[in-house]
Ligand binder design. Structure first.
Ligand code: B12
Length: 263
């Protein structure tokens, strides 16, 4: 019986993994993009030529749509000759253990030194999408997982939308925050990267980077991107508050140990 385009007798070679559509290793991929040219046969041919220049073979335009005003959207299938060695892939992951709500409270009770862990969060720059940061911080939480406000061990301040980086750092200092949480949802022209990197630069310039754990999150963010931008950790789609809470209690304790502060 064929499963996912392969027969049971066909083993998967993880050292040469290729995209596939119908049959294992056929290299089939789908691309969708727009061209600033009028809808028609010339637009489809332009798409095929572009796709060939990307190193792909046998481009076929499956769908083209007239966007109006001289623009066309295209869906093209093509074949890629490339493969990756899956056995050599390693992606950084948030390293702390996932704990239950009760275990998070217990962990902080045991290691936190008697004070609450102070968390400040905001959606920064021009970004007005507060649902993500609210999902993590607000009492109600997300997908049945209560937010950080519901934990006895956290003191939470949510600054809301469109907070400038300098204001966030000033509010964090005034609040005595152990942790800064930043949400970035809009990614047009990579503004999320620019804005997040600028926050880290500003914190470094103010000599305040090492004092606090910096977390970022959003639908197009991940732990590797966060590390690249100078953050301690990053959380993407599907994050629930207890993921963040588990990380925070352990990361703050570890940071305090590294900084040799009494806890
Ligand atoms: C609701 C919404 C709005 C609402 C926002 C209301 C509000 N108070 O937040 C309104 C109507 C205001 C809005 C406006 C705009 N929007 Co809008 N909006 C959305 C929409 C439909 C849902 C976003 C959402 O709430 N998701 C639910 C939350 C829970 O998910 P999340 O943010 O991913 O959060 C989770 C994780 O990412 C993570 N997380 C998020 N942040 C953080 C932070 C930390 C520290 C951690 C640990 C975790 C974490 O945890 C959360 C829970 O799992 C999306 C499309 C979509 N379906 O995603 C578009 C979308 C985000 N919007 C978009 C755009 C373009 C805009 C506008 C620019 C439109 C315009 N031309 O005016 C404006 C921008 C306004 C501005 N200045 O920011 C685009 C963004 C494209 C891009 N890649 O940049 C999207 C993707 C729609 C689209 N397909 O084009 N929008």
């Amino acid at each position: 019986m064929a499963v996912h385009g392969r027969t049971e007798a066909q083993p998967i070679d993880l050292t040469q993994v290729r995209a596939y559509g119908d049959t294992l290793n056929d290299g089939a991929i789908a691309l969708s993009f727009s061209l600033p040219v009028p809808y028609g046969d010339e637009a489809k041919e332009a798409a095929r030529q572009l796709v060939r220049q990307m190193g792909l073979h046998d481009p076929q335009v499956y769908h083209a749509h007239d966007l109006g005003e001289g623009y066309t959207w295209l869906l093209v299938y093509a074949k890629s000759p490339y493969s990756v060695d899956f056995t050599k892939i390693s992606v950084p992951k948030v390293s702390n253990h996932k704990l239950s709500h009760a275990a998070i409270e217990d962990y902080w009770h045991e290691h936190g030194g008697g004070e609450k862990l102070r968390v400040i969060g905001a959606c920064t720059g021009d970004d007005a999408h507060t649902v993500g940061i609210d999902a993590i911080l607000n009492y109600k939480g997300w997908r049945g997982d209560k937010g950080l406000e519901s934990y006895k061990c956290f003191a939470v301040k949510n600054l809301g939308a469109q907070v400038e980086n300098d204001r966030l750092l000033a509010e964090a200092a005034a609040f005595g925050a152990d942790v800064i949480l930043v949400s970035q949802v809009v990614t047009q022209k990579d503004c999320h990267r620019t804005n997040l990197a600028a926050l880290v630069d500003l914190a470094e310039a103010e000599g305040a980077r090492g004092e606090r754990i910096f977390l970022c999150g959003g639908p197009r963010l991940s732990h590797p991107i966060a590390l690249e931008l100078g953050f301690d950790a990053g959380f993407g789609p599907g994050t629930v508050p207890s993921d963040v809470a588990s990380y925070l209690v352990q990361a703050v304790v570890q940071r305090r140990r590294e900084n040799a502060q009494p806890i």
